[in-house]
Write a protein that binds this ligand. Structure first.
Ligand SMILES: [Zn+2]
Length: 456
């Protein structure tokens, strides 16, 4: 592989991302993908049969958007129940016999409730994915000679062990599989010992390492000489304040990664993640409530729905019109960074959505605003729900921890500033109850931002 400096890993496909030309290629591939899924994937065939459509009835992207409704967690859960929780049967139905026999690696999400979601990796998928992954790595500036510290969880985490596969064809890099399980002290020591210069892991771990570095290494975290932080599995690297802190403390560039297909760019202001694989996966937006298609236009938002264009090589998205439950906002105008691919920002989770006077509000968006006021607030807060979500009778009630050094007389002004910023960014004016620092419980894993103040 030619490794001389060039803008893109794939100089044939990447310059054509997000162009009418690639739409033609997508249409060709989509027709084949629909046929594959109809013939070989029982789950998809059933959905099409139920809707009364066959592959020949779908003659345009619009037909496809309306032919079958998208599927996600609830549909998979139904399937699991139907199959009496026999995961082999579930896999057979979801992935089809041919792919299932090609199963190479099996990971899951931890799953806060119920059964964990399986994330399988198939041999053929891995072979193709190394090329897609390389597009993101090249754009991030990973080059021969780099040492990548893999600091995602290595036990069953979909972003962890699979990392060891993605660089097989990538020239000259060395992987150091440290794993989040090693704990912050060992992570810091091993990164120094093995001269790791690329960190990949969750942004919250990267933040935590800043705090521990002086104690463990006797020097600030910048002393490690890390040049790239490739963060994923959590939204942090897309929150401007978090990015800024990481960049300053590490003296590194911070990138936000999404589901193996998206990577943020080098522009100093976060522009969302560039979608890097129009030739590999077909992207749509739908209204999470009406399930109607949302036109792909600059600034549009909706539930992200993805279809694999090469189903036999698929990763994360194995079926027609599937969703991981994320609400995206997209930007189709050219990015100021000059690189190709439309961009998307993760607005929140569809199942976390609240409706304040009919306006959709996501806890992640509230968190973004609150984080922007650190250190005048600690960053910890809760949304208090007086009735079963999604409906919220205004005002939206928040409990917010005041910052450690904030004086009483500064509170009213801060409260007004936060309310204004919320109104501007999230379109709600919340009522704020102030709490002392460290009142709210800190979770080690996923923080529950909603506080239930209603009877079931
Ligand atoms: Zn960009």
């Amino acid at each position: 592989m030619e490794t001389a400096e060039r803008p893109y890993w794939d100089m044939e496909i990447e310059p054509r991302l997000n162009t009418p030309e690639i739409r033609e290629l997508q249409w060709e591939k989509l027709q084949q993908a629909i046929r594959y899924c109809y013939e070989k994937v029982p789950f998809d065939r059933q959905r099409m049969d139920k809707a009364g459509v066959g592959p020949d009835d779908i003659r345009s992207f619009d037909d496809f958007a309306r032919a079958i409704s998208h599927a996600g967690q609830p549909e998979v859960r139904e399937l699991v129940e139907e199959m009496g929780s026999d995961l082999d049967k579930v896999f057979g139905a979801l992935f089809g016999k041919e792919r299932f026999e090609d199963l190479y690696l099996l990971t899951t999400t931890s799953g806060t409730t119920g059964i964990p979601t399986p994330y399988p990796f198939f041999r053929k998928g891995v072979e193709r994915q190394v090329d897609i992954m390389a597009r993101g790595s090249w754009r991030m500036g990973i080059r021969p000679g780099d040492r990548i510290g893999v600091c995602f969880g290595l036990s069953m985490h979909a972003a962890g062990t699979p990392n060891l596969l993605w660089y097989l064809n990538y020239p000259g890099v060395t992987l150091v599989p440290i794993g989040a399980e090693a704990g912050t002290e060992r992570i810091l020591q091993l990164m120094r010992l093995f001269k790791v210069n690329v960190f990949t892991g969750t942004p919250s771990l990267a933040l935590h390492l800043i705090e521990r570095a002086r104690e463990v290494l006797g020097e600030p975290v910048a002393s490690l000489g890390i040049k790239i932080l490739a963060c994923g599995a959590e939204p942090g690297a897309g929150i401007p304040e978090v990015r800024q802190r990481l960049e300053q403390e590490y003296g590194a560039r911070v990138f936000d990664l999404g589901a193996g297909i998206g990577a943020s760019c080098d522009h100093p202001v976060y522009q969302g993640m560039h979608w890097l694989a129009d030739d590999f996966a077909y992207y749509e937006l739908v209204d999470p409530e009406t399930r109607e298609p949302v036109p792909i236009e600059h600034g549009a938002s909706g539930l992200a729905v993805v279809t694999p264009l090469e189903p036999e090589h698929a990763l994360f998205f194995f079926n027609l019109r599937v969703t991981l439950g994320d609400i995206h906002q997209i930007f189709t105008d050219p990015c100021p960074c000059g690189r190709s691919g439309f961009r998307y920002k993760i607005v929140g989770r569809a199942d976390d959505m609240l409706k304040v006077k009919g306006v959709p509000v996501y806890p992640a968006a509230i968190e973004g605003v609150i984080q922007g006021f650190v250190p005048r607030v600690t960053g910890a807060f809760r949304i208090v729900l007086k009735e079963r979500p999604p409906r919220v009778v205004p005002p939206l009630e928040l409990k917010v921890e005041r910052g450690r050094d904030l004086h009483d007389h500064e509170l009213p002004e801060l409260e007004e500033e936060i309310r204004e910023k919320m109104h501007k960014d999230v379109k709600v004016r919340p009522a704020i109850t102030w709490l002392d620092p460290d009142t709210l419980e800190r979770a080690t894993k996923k923080t529950q931002l909603l506080e239930k103040a209603y009877e079931d």
